[in-house]
Write a protein that binds this ligand. Structure first.
Ligand code: FES
Length: 111
């Protein structure tokens, strides 16, 4: 993988507004999802809890929700909620990797 190079992930029209989309690029799995404003975001497809596939989850208030135990992540990868432990003071290290994404000319790409 070349660093600091644009890669096209998919056609922007292929990223639904109501659920995440899985993309596999260069041997890595990613989850693309739209926040409440419609902006496309990209995070690792591997939940830090038990490795669930985030792209198989759903959207909740602009966050992506893991299909297994419902942990929710913001666009920057930070975990915002653990349903089994409501009100948890979330440690900053509870997060998935996130990647900068832009829409250009109808394509979704990231660095
Ligand atoms: S594996 Fe994702 S919340 Fe448990």
């Amino acid at each position: 993988m070349l660093i600091n190079t644009w890669y096209v992930a998919c056609d922007a029209a292929d990223v639904p507004h109501d659920k995440p989309k899985h993309v596999r690029m260069l041997g890595h799995d990613f989850a693309l999802f739209r926040d409440r404003s419609g902006k496309i975001n990209c995070v690792s497809d591997i939940c830090v809890h038990r490795g669930g596939s985030l792209s198989r989850g759903r959207l909740h208030n602009g966050c992506i929700e893991c299909p297994y135990h419902g942990w929710r992540y913001k666009a920057d990868g930070a975990c915002t909620e653990i349903p089994a432990h409501p009100g948890t003071n979330m440690p900053k290290r509870v997060r998935v990797d996130s990647y900068p994404v832009e829409e250009r000319f109808g394509w979704v790409g990231y660095f």
